[in-house]
Every structure is written in C-alpha cells, then in structure tokens.
Design a protein. Structure first.
Lengths: 104, 104
C-alpha cells in the first residue's frame, strides 16, 4: 500500500474550505482510478502551539504505479486544477510507501 | 487512536540522520509511556518533484490525553532535546485525531 498525503495549511476561511473540499474536491478524488480509500483527519497542535496544517488527506493505493496512473488520469488532472482554486493557503503533497515502512 | 506525526525535512547527511534516528532517537521514543506503535515511512516526491520531507514518523496512542502524558514524561522531554541535536534541517510536528477521521 502507498499513501498520497496532502497537508493543507490553515485556510483563511475554514468554513468555505470545508464546503469546497466536501462538495467539489472530494467528489473529484473519489473518481481517481485505483483509489482504495481516503482518510480525512483534522490536524491539531502540540505543546500549546497551533498546528501548521488544518487538514490531512490520506489517499491509499495498492502500489506506486497505480497512484501515478490515478494522478495522470482525467480526475487526477482535474483535482490538481481544483487545488489551485481552494487551497490558496498552500498544500504540501508527498507519497508514503507503506510497503517499506518499519516499526521503530 | 491519535497519531503524533513528525515530518523530518531532507537532512544534509541522510546516513548520519538515519544512524542517529535508529541508535539514539528511536530508543528514546520507545520509552514513551502509553505508546501503542511507531510507523516510520520514507517520503517520496510526486510529479517529478522531490518530497519536502525525508521521513515521516507516526506514533500512536489511545487518546490525546495519553499522548500529552507521554510528551510530558521524562522520555518525552528527552526526545524534544534530542530532536534539536539531529533534526537541524527542521521537523514539523502535529497531532492527527483518528477518532474524528472521516472517509471522503
């Protein structure tokens, strides 16, 4: 399993962000080919400091090649364009290869 | 379940970082009270861009209060001090409340 992880910075207008994510972005993400699941988690701060992130979206695929196929698909390209419309506060994307994960 | 997530920026010397994490930092983390598990995942880039992060450490606890107890413990304080010795490239910490997670 690999995860595409999107970390969204704190938006200026959280309610507008939530509505756009739910009503526009999530329906695009659900159209990704090969998608195995999406987990949305709000991010909280630590030690009295606010979290740098507002929301973490973890999108699971069976393999890196299936993830890359999803990104290259019509839905993948549309989600990239949509990101630019509602994630103006910034978003950080990376891939976690859980097949290579280890326990500490 | 809640996760304390540490995202380590790309280190100048990955081999030295890996050795310190494995031999010094991980043994401290394993002493956290209430710790349910640790998953270490290397971060890969997307779309031909390098990942902003080198390593993601996900430390699981049954609840936010158990996580906070771990951070306030002797091992928690020691790990904070140790971070400053080997994570000079930067580390971002936040908490993901999986009990409140939703599927998109």
């Amino acid at each position: 399993m690999v995860r595409l992880i999107a970390l969204y910075n704190q938006p200026d207008d959280p309610a507008a962000f939530d509505a756009h994510y739910r009503d526009v972005h999530a329906p695009i993400v659900r159209r990704y080919p090969n998608l195995r699941g999406v987990r949305l988690t709000t991010a909280d701060g630590l030690g009295g400091r606010p979290s740098p992130f507002y929301l973490m979206a973890e999108m699971s695929f069976d393999s890196r090649s299936e993830l890359d196929e999803a990104m290259a698909s019509e839905a993948g390209r549309e989600s990239g364009r949509d990101l630019r419309t509602f994630a103006q506060a910034g978003v950080t994307l990376f891939v976690a290869d859980d097949a290579a994960a280890t326990d500490a």
